[in-house]
Design a protein around this ligand. Structure first.
Ligand code: NAD
Length: 433
C-alpha cells in the first residue's frame, strides 16, 4: 500500500530552513514554507520521518494518539488525508536546518564510565571528530556495576546542550551497544590488579574483546570503523578483528597516536617550535614500552625552513637515547606524577585518530596507527596489529611503504614485533579455549 499523504500546517516544513547556507545539491528554500503534501517515510533509528513535497526527508514527531490514528487509517487501507488536528505535538524546535536534516551517525564508546571517556565524550559530541555538521547518537557501554555512573555521564552530556547530540544511550548490553553502529571506540578493558600475572590480564582481555568482536560481527554495520584503545591495545584489536570475520580487517585499528603525539611534541620542544611544525614521526610496533619512536623520516619547520629532524635537533645522542625512552615510558611517568593514567592526552589522541579516519590525513603527511600487518613491505610478521606510518584518504588507510630502514631502526622494529608475536600466540591459545 502506498503511504497515506499527510496534510500539515505545522512547522514540520521548517526542516531545511534556517540561516545556514544550503549544502551543495540541496535546495532548502523550496520547503521553508511548505504547507503542502507530506508523506510518511520509513522510520529510522526509531524516529518517524516525513517526506516533504520536494523529496526531502526529515525526522518528525507525532503524538502517540496521532500515531495510533495514522496506523489505524493505514491498516484499513484508507487513502484519507490525515487532518491537521492529528499533528498535535509540534516537532522539536529546529535550530539548524542542515544538521537536523542529516542522519545521525551511531558511535559507541566502551568503558564509557571511565576517565578517558570522561575527557573524550564531550569532544565527540560537539563535533570535533565527525564534523561540525554531523549529528550523533552516542552509545555508552560499560559493565553493569557502572550503570549508575553512566547515568551521571548522560546527565552531564544533556546539560552540555550540544546541538549535534541527538540521543545518548547508556547500556551494559553489547547487542544494544553495537547495533547498527558506524564507529566503535573500544576503551573499556580489564585493568591490571595487584598480584595479577600478565598472562591473567591477557586472558581476561581476550574474553572481553572476543565478546565485543562477535557482537560487532553480528550487530554493527559492515562499514563500521573500530578503534581499540584498551590495553594491550594491539592484541585486543587483533582478537576483536578475528572475532568479527564479516567486517574487513582494514576497518580495525589500535591507538598509537598518543605515542605519535608525544614524539612530535618532544621534538618540537627540543627545537623551540610548536607541535604543528613537526611532521612524519613514526611509532613502530606495539603500544608498550617496546615501541620504537622513529624520527629518521620526520621533518621540522624552523623559521619557515623545512629540515630533516636530525638536522633540526642536531643531537643524535639524544634522538637515539633519551628521546626514545622518554616516549616509551611517558605513560608510566604520567601515572607516577598524577597518580592516574593519561586520560586527557589519550582522549585527544583518540579524536585525532578517528578524525583522520573520517576526513583523511593532510597531503604529504603520515600518522601512526596500529593496523593489520598483512602485505607490509617492512618484513614484519603478517598476522599482527602493528603500528606503521599511515596515510588516509576516503576513509581508507594505506601504509607508507619503501622508507629506508637502517640497522638501528631494524633491530628496534624487530624487537617490538617479537613482543607482539609472543602476545598474539598467548592470546590465540586463550581464544581457542
Ligand atoms: N592505547 C593507548 O594509547 C592508551 C592510552 C591510555 C590508556 N589506554 C588504556 O585505555 C583503557 C582505559 O583507560 P581509563 O583510564 O579510561 O580506565 P578506567 O579504569 O578509568 O576506565 C575503564 C572503564 O572500562 C570499563 N570496562 C571494563 N570492562 C569492560 C567491558 N567488558 N565492557 C565495557 N566497559 C568495560 C570499566 O568499568 C571502566 O569504567 C586502559 O586499558 C588503559 O590502559 C590506552
Amino acid at each position: 500500500m502506498s503511504p497515506s499523504p499527510i496534510y500539515g500546517s505545522t512547522n514540520a516544513a521548517s526542516c531545511g530552513s534556517g540561516t545556514k547556507p544550503s549544502p551543495p545539491g540541496r535546495d532548502t528554500s523550496v520547503i521553508t514554507h511548505n504547507n503542502g503534501l507530506l508523506t510518511p517515510a520509513e522510520p529510522q533509528n526509531g524516529h518517524n520521518r516525513i517526506k516533504l513535497a520536494n523529496g526531502f526527508v526529515c525526522p518528525y514527531r507525532f503524538s502517540g494518539a496521532a500515531m495510533k490514528a495514522a496506523a489505524h487509517i493505514q491498516r484499513r487501507g484508507q487513502k484519507t488525508a490525515f487532518p491537521t488536528f492529528l499533528l498535535r505535538q509540534p516537532p522539536e524546535p529546529l535550530t539548524d536546518g542542515f544538521t537536523e536534516a542529516a542522519e545521525p551517525i551511531r558511535v559507541v564508546v566502551t568503558g564509557a564510565a571511565g576517565q578517558i571517556a570522561y575527557s573524550l565524550l564531550y569532544s565527540i559530541a560537539k563535533g570535533d571528530v565527525f564534523g561540525k555538521e554531523q549529528p550523533i547518537t552516542l552509545i555508552l557501554l560499560d559493565i553493569p556495576p557502572m550503570l549508575p555512573v553512566l547515568e551521571g555521564v548522560v546527565m552531564e552530556l544533556q546539560d552540555c546542550a550540544l546541538p549535534l547530540l541527538r540521543e545518548v544511550i547508556p547500556t551494559d548490553m553489547v547487542e544494544v551497544g553495537f547495533k547498527d553502529i558506524d564507529a566503535a571506540i573500544l576503551v573499556g578493558s580489564m585493568p591490571r590488579k595487584e598480584g595479577m600475572e600478565r598472562k591473567d590480564l591477557l586472558k581476561a582481555n581476550v574474553a572481553i574483546f572476543k565478546t565485543q568482536g562477535s557482537a560487532l560481527d553480528k550487530y554493527a554495520k559492515k562499514t563500521v570503523k573500530v578503534l581499540v584503545v584498551g590495553n594491550p591495545a594491539n592484541t585486543n584489536c587483533l582478537i576483536a578483528s578475528k572475532s568479527a570475520p564479516s567486517i574487513p580487517k582494514e576497518n580495525f585499528s589500535c591507538l598509537t597516536r598518543l605515542d605519535h603525539n608525544r614524539a612530535s611534541s618532544q621534538v618540537a620542544m627540543r627545537c623551540g617550535v610548536s607541535a604543528d611544525k613537526v611532521k612524519n614521526v613514526i611509532i613502530w610496533g606495539n603500544h608498550s614500552s617496546s615501541q620504537y619512536p622513529d624520527v629518521h623520516h620526520a621533518k621540522v619547520t624552523v623559521k619557515g625552513v623545512e629540515k630533516d629532524a636530525y638536522d633540526a635537533v642536531k643531537d643524535e645522542a639524544w634522538l637515539r637515547g633519551d628521546f626514545i625512552s622518554t616516549v616509551q615510558l611517558r605513560g608510566a611517568a604520567v601515572i607516577k606524577a598524577r597518580k592516574l593514567s593519561s586520560a586527557m592526552s589519550a582522549a585527544k589522541a583518540i579524536c585525532d585518530h578517528m578524525r583522520d579516519i573520517w576526513f583523511g590525513t593532510k597531503d604529504g603527511e603520515f600518522i601512526s596507527m596500529g593496523v593489520y600487518a598483512g602485505g607490509n613491505s617492512y618484513g614484519i610478521p603478517e598476522d599482527l596489529i602493528y603500528s606503521f606510518p599511515i596515510e588516509i584518504k576516503n576513509k581508507t588507510w594505506k601504509m607508507v611503504g619503501g622508507l629506508p630502514i637502517n640497522d638501528f631502526s631494524r633491530a628496534k622494529m624487530d624487537a617490538t614485533a617479537a613482543e607482539l608475536v609472543e602476545e598474539r600466540d598467548t592470546a590465540m591459545d586463550f581464544l581457542s579455549q
